[in-house]
Design a protein around this ligand. Structure first.
Ligand code: AHR
Length: 327
């Protein structure tokens, strides 16, 4: 029933839909029994970080609280798995599809299949680079360029008045993903005005702690005088801290560290002085996603871009915030 509402709204047949309401629709529940529960198919990136774990929990808890039947699929970091999951959701005739795209490109064909099937799609957390924005109903998530800028602004303020070279190493997120591309862009834009701030090495750590550690080990071997580490998420920063300590250096003192996310482990390291600054990226997208799913399912107009509110944390602020941190 609810899926019909969306399809009919697209066709301009709203009156017909309201007369059908209550007639039952096996497609709406995506399950036997014909109950009227909204069925949401969600394809998650994977479980690469603390942020992702918190995001999955937020989506699962919020679906349960909203009485939405969630069909959850873990893509294990692979775009092909996400495409298969979305095709399977289309075959199962779910009411709404949501997904957090592993990478930005390569989605047009499958998004068109969903559109042709009359199933609205909501992008969560990460953007796609599709030119045809009618392929999705809404995109909820952070402004990653802004996050990169905040990281850069902290460093510019921290090194104000200094003219000697500041050697920065960068641990990038998953190659081709929106947060990796945008956090790099925002940071680079802000530090560009200060020629002494130089990114001397930049490599992906795939948003994973283990990869952050191994890539940092190679950075430490090839660059003897690293001043700053900019890691695109807490997990890579935490892995890098292990490498820095193993190399006999003091994280947060010998090498200043800036990360993004503000998950509990990151905030603990910040409060302990091992990280110097964290730009928050909130994973708690579940409640807003459920609201959006209910609206698009009913054919209601929704905002095309829903921005997540977030802040930044210094070491002192982390000490205050830590006891309240949910994730
Ligand atoms: O897309 C959000 C990013 O993905 C988070 O910052 C990172 O931790 C996660 O893996």
């Amino acid at each position: 029933m609810v899926r019909r509402n969306y399809a009919a709204a697209v066709l301009g047949g709203l009156m017909l839909v309201s007369s059908l309401a209550g007639c039952g629709d096996s497609g709406s529940s995506g399950s036997e029994g014909g109950d009227d529960k909204l069925v949401l198919g969600f394809s998650q990136v994977g479980a690469e970080s603390g942020w992702r774990t918190a995001n999955t929990k937020s989506i699962q808890d919020s679906a349960a609280a909203a009485g939405i039947e969630l069909k959850f699929s873990d893509a294990q970091g692979k775009q092909e798995n996400q495409i298969s999951a979305i095709r399977s959701f289309i075959t199962q005739k779910v009411d709404v599809i949501a997904f957090s795209p592993v990478v930005t490109s390569g989605w047009d064909a499958v998004l068109k299949e969903a559109k042709d099937a009359g199933i609205p799609v909501i992008l969560t957390d990460r953007a796609v680079d599709s030119q045809d924005t009618s392929l999705y109903a809404s995109f909820i998530g952070s402004d990653f360029v802004e996050e990169g800028k905040k990281a850069g602004e902290w460093l510019v303020a921290e090194t104000k008045g200094k003219t000697e070279p500041v050697n920065i190493v960068e641990l990038q997120g998953t190659t081709g993903s929106a947060p990796a591309l945008d956090r790099q862009k925002g940071f680079a834009e802000v530090i560009a005005a200060n020629p002494n701030l130089k990114i001397v090495k930049s490599q992906t750590g795939d948003f994973k702690r283990a990869d952050g550690k191994t890539v940092m080990e190679t950075f430490l071997q090839s660059v003897p005088d690293i001043d700053v580490l900019y890691a695109h998420n807490d997990d890579m920063g935490l892995g890098a801290i292990e490498a820095i300590e193993a190399a006999g250096k003091k994280p947060g003192t010998d090498i200043k560290i800036i990360t993004v996310d503000a998950v509990k482990d990151g905030m603990t390291a910040l409060a302990d002085g091992k990280i110097n600054f964290i730009v928050e990226c909130s994973p708690l997208l579940g409640p807003q996603l459920m609201e959006l799913a209910q609206k698009v399912d009913k054919g209601e107009t929704v905002e095309k871009r829903v921005l997540t509110k977030e802040t930044t944390f210094t070491q002192e602020q982390a000490k205050t915030e830590l006891p309240n941190r949910q994730y």
